[in-house]
Design a protein around this ligand. Structure first.
Ligand SMILES: [Cu+2]
Length: 462
């Protein structure tokens, strides 16, 4: 018999050494995508350092964050003109209710890149900026501080004139609090894989001065990179305007509804209809059906646990709560197979164990910059999110329509199992896992300190 200690491993990996922030969760038109956070989102797969920043401006990690060059399984569909919301969490599995530490000040932007397929290269040319904000002198606020005010949520509206197709949307939160001549800003970036379903087709013609390559769009000595938020802003009189990073935003010209024809739908990379439960970019599907025999029952249990293992293996920093839900299902089937009065497949329910948004979804930051035409309201009704988590999803796993045994004699395996152990012997090489290690640690971590010491040093230098 074997037992697989994956759960224990997952738990230990949840010790995040130094707290920063991570883009964990995507919302489309105010609806959280998938279940269990991280659906359609490229996150750092190094769970122990998942909220660490990128600092090397020449690194491929600048495109979609650490491990961001690897596509995730799912791409979420969004209608033309959709509102996208990116959720940032200080602790990705939401062990605390914090979003970005208050010491982190700096600009925010959202970039996009059109891809020929969900797995096309994230790095290199073709990136353009949809929106940005630096330091708001009037409000005396950095763009990051505004995201903290909205509980880690940043919304932007997709220009409705973007042609249909696969895109990466890349929120960029830049913390400048540690910047010195030797130390670059902290870039908190990730990418959402989104398919824009639109009646607009054809090329996306980005003016050359607004199209950039990532990495490569920023240099170490750019004034936007070396800006000292203490010397140039906080204690400066007059304050020195912050020179934004990167190119000017590009807003494609709006198209009129008259010119729109057929809406192009997503055909690859969506969440399959066969998914019963989603955790990030994993999904569980129906276990092999069986009727009234114990061998079939144990085969179902075995399949169930192997799917659970895959779920934990693909667990994101944002959590494995639905892997746990799936494991509960496996335990239920297991108990059912072991029961003395085994009478064929029972009915089960699966409910996503999910977090709601931490606060109201904010309005799109670029709502004024990107006037939308009628195509957006037409297209809003076309969103086909397969699985959402705003409302818990309930699925019957084993339809009770399966034939029930007419008599005990028709279940030979069962008649043999006068003791539970003899039934277990019919499952070679498989042991249901212990249940005590199921949930990754939710213990609140110590407050982050990554910025405060540097901040004091910066002040002392003046
Ligand atoms: Cu930090």
């Amino acid at each position: 018999m074997k037992s697989i200690p994956i759960l224990g491993l997952a738990t230990s990996l949840f010790t995040v050494a130094n707290a920063h922030t991570l883009f964990t969760t995507l919302y489309i038109n105010d609806v959280k995508q998938g279940q269990g956070d991280g659906t359609c989102v490229r996150q750092n797969t190094d769970l122990a350092h998942s909220n660490s920043p990128v600092r090397d401006l020449s690194s491929d990690d600048m495109a979609c964050g650490i491990s961001g060059t690897v596509p995730v399984n799912y791409t979420c569909a969004a209608p033309a003109g959709a509102k996208l919301t990116f959720e940032y969490r200080l602790y990705p599995n939401r062990a605390s209710g914090e979003f970005i530490d208050e010491s982190h000040k700096g600009p925010v932007a959202v970039y996009a890149k059109r891809l020929s397929s969900p797995s096309a290269d994230a790095t290199g040319p073709g990136w353009f900026k949809l929106w940005d904000e630096g330091y708001d002198i009037k409000a005396d606020k950095w763009a990051i501080e505004k995201i903290i005010d909205t509980k880690g949520l940043l919304s932007i509206q997709v220009p409705s004139a973007l042609p249909s197709g696969n895109y990466l949307f890349r929120p960029e939160v830049v913390a400048m609090h540690n910047v010195t001549p030797e130390v670059e800003p902290q870039f908190y970036i990730g990418c959402a894989q989104v398919f824009i379903e639109s009646s607009v087709s054809g090329d996306l013609n980005i003016p050359s001065e607004k199209s950039v390559s990532i990495p490569g769009y920023l240099q170490k000595d750019d004034s936007s990179v070396t800006y000292n938020i203490y010397k140039d802003e906080e204690y400066a009189d007059p304050k020195k305007p912050y020179p934004m990073m990167g190119p000017e935003p590009f807003v494609p010209a709006a198209v009129s509804t008259a010119s729109s024809g057929k809406v192009t739908r997503q055909t690859e990379g969506g969440i399959p209809d066969s998914c019963l439960l989603v955790n990030g970019n994993w999904c569980g599907v129906e276990v092999p059906s069986y009727t009234n025999n114990l061998t079939g029952c144990w085969n179902a249990v075995k399949d169930c646990w192997s799917q659970a293992d895959a779920c934990w293996a693909q667990q994101l920093a944002s959590g494995g709560r639905n892997c746990e839900v799936w494991g509960e299902k496996c335990k239920d089937i297991d108990a059912h197979c072991s029961a003395k009065d085994f009478t064929g497949p029972p009915a089960y329910e699966l409910k996503s164990d999910d977090f709601p948004a931490p606060g109201p979804i904010p309005a799109a930051a670029n709502a004024d910059d990107a006037p939308q035409d009628n195509t957006s309201s037409e297209a809003q009704s076309t969103t086909h999110v397969v699985v959402t988590s705003s409302v818990p999803v309930t699925v019957t796993v084993f339809p009770t329509t399966s034939p029930l045994p007419t008599s005990l004699e028709s279940i030979p395996d069962f008649t043999l199992s006068s003791s539970p152990s003899s039934a277990l012997e019919s499952i070679p090489d498989f042991t249901p896992r212990p249940t005590s290690t199921a949930r990754p640690s939710q213990t609140p971590k110590p407050k982050p300190h990554c910025g405060r010491r540097k901040r004091r040093q910066a002040r002392q230098r003046q």
